[in-house]
Design a protein around this ligand. Sequence first.
Ligand code: SAM
Length: 176
Amino acid sequence: MAFTLTYIKPGDTVVDATCGTGQDTIALAEAVGKTGKVFAFDIQKKALILTESRLHAHGYSNVDFFMKSFESMGEHIPEGSAAAVIFNLGYLPGGDHSLTTTADATLKGLGEALRAVRPGGIVTVVLYSGHAEGATEKEQVLSWSRGLDPGKYHAAYVNFTNQPNDPPEILWITKK
Ligand SMILES: C[S@@+](CC[C@H](N)C(=O)[O-])C[C@H]1O[C@@H](n2cnc3c(N)ncnc32)[C@H](O)[C@@H]1O
């Protein structure tokens, strides 16, 4: 998150594609400030309720929620308007593991994110390969990223070399 935050300034529009417990949403709401806007997606009502109560406790009111898949981002976020889009893939911590992101939906969502992000902006993807769908999703997302036009995007992949138990990995895509 710290690296992603360097792409965001007060007044910006940003997207949390998978708000989950709201941990990332809070950091984004703080970064864009009162004059900015966070658009937060999740398919689970439970996640939206958790995130909304967390934001309320911190006094943030600069977040618009969508109980929808991130595949619908294009219906809500104007093209080239977002400084950052974040995908924290997988399932809700402590929640139903069957309600997880899937490779097919994530590839569609990433296409939407590249459309939504502005030149100079960043798409961040946190990948979890420790469960079956996550392993497939990671391979497909990385494969997709290798095919991105190098004239339009930089894509970088970061993983831990010394952490046990399939730690999270990060893909960053910046738009030129
Ligand atoms: C690992 S959690 C996100 C964690 C979150 N960023 C946080 O800070 O707590 C993944 C979330 O993605 C949601 N999700 C799964 N498929 C989705 C989809 N197609 N569109 C949006 N959210 C989805 C799940 O409901 C779950 O809450």
